[in-house]
Design a protein around this ligand. Structure first.
Ligand code: FE2
Ligand code: FE2
Length: 273
């Protein structure tokens, strides 16, 4: 069982930041902004799914997961809060969150569904966030020249995503979730997540007036398909999820632990005085 601490990030998100806060690069800023726009609604869904999953477990099993679920909820709730502040800054820059209403309409269809569906969807999304997290933690040049407080925000979030990557997955299986449904949701979530990320990134670039600039496309090609690009980094872990014997902890790299140790001054552990 991972021991999940809740950490309050000690950064200022009230002071506005530049539109191209990520190293002056329009593409990277637009991509991260897009991801951030999905977090408040997405992470609320994960919290609800995990909470509900714990509730329908047999009482003797609830004890086993209680502390981990509490840590998971605390971490995701903190992420939501901080990314809402970040997103408010994006809104004042003239960006529009089109992802959230699309996600809300889709999630409304799941109301009343078996708890395992919510957990299967959450586990799939958590695998995606863990892939993104390892990519961010493993490529410091992604945040080169980036506003330091925002680099801290993204790497803190990445570290906690890597930490709690197995919570929804383990609950899903504890409730008897099948491999077939796990894969079905993973395939669906993959299409939806990629589609939404792309649409919102393009929308952000369009509103920013940077969509049709050559430098935007060279940056996109480099960070998506280059040697250290996301597509290359994601391929193997994406395939790994399809295996029958897959478990999220198999993909732990130690990068998250190291970042949290090296950056302890950036946060206060909640409940530790
Ligand atoms: Fe999160
Ligand atoms: Fe998460």
């Amino acid at each position: 069982m991972p021991d999940l601490s809740v950490r309050r990030l000690l950064i200022d998100l009230e002071t506005p930041f530049a539109r191209h806060w990520c190293g002056g690069d329009a593409f990277r800023s637009a991509l991260f902004n897009a991801l951030s726009m999905s977090f408040p609604i997405g992470e609320q869904f994960f919290i609800d799914a995990v909470k509900r999953g714990l509730k329908v477990l047999p009482p003797e099993q609830q004890n086993k997961y209680q502390a981990e679920v509490q840590g998971f909820i605390g971490q995701e709730a903190t992420h939501r809060r901080i990314h809402s502040l970040f997103n408010a800054q994006l809104q004042s820059q003239g960006l529009v969150n089109e992802w959230e209403p699309r996600a809300a309409a889709r999630l409304a269809q799941l109301e009343g569904a078996d708890a395992r569906h919510g957990l299967g969807i959450t586990a799939a999304n958590e695998h995606f966030t863990a892939i993104l997290a390892e990519w961010m933690l493993g490529n410091p040049e992604l945040f080169a020249g980036c506003e330091p407080r925002l680099r801290t925000l993204w790497l803190w979030h990445s570290s906690e995503e890597a930490e709690h990557r197995s919570t929804a997955f383990d609950l899903y299986h504890a409730l008897g979730g099948t491999h077939a449904w796990r894969i079905t949701w993973f395939r669906r979530v993959s299409l939806i997540f990629l589609g939404d990320t792309l649409r919102q990134t393009v929308a952000n670039l369009r509103r920013d007036g940077e969509l049709w600039r050559w430098r935007t496309w060279t940056s996109a090609a480099h960070w998506l398909f280059g040697k250290r690009g996301l597509a290359r980094a994601a391929l193997k872990p994406w395939c790994a999820y399809l295996r029958q014997d897959f478990h999220p902890r198999q993909r732990e790299s130690g990068l998250a632990r190291r970042w949290l140790e090296d950056n302890a001054a950036a946060y206060a552990v909640v409940g530790s005085g």
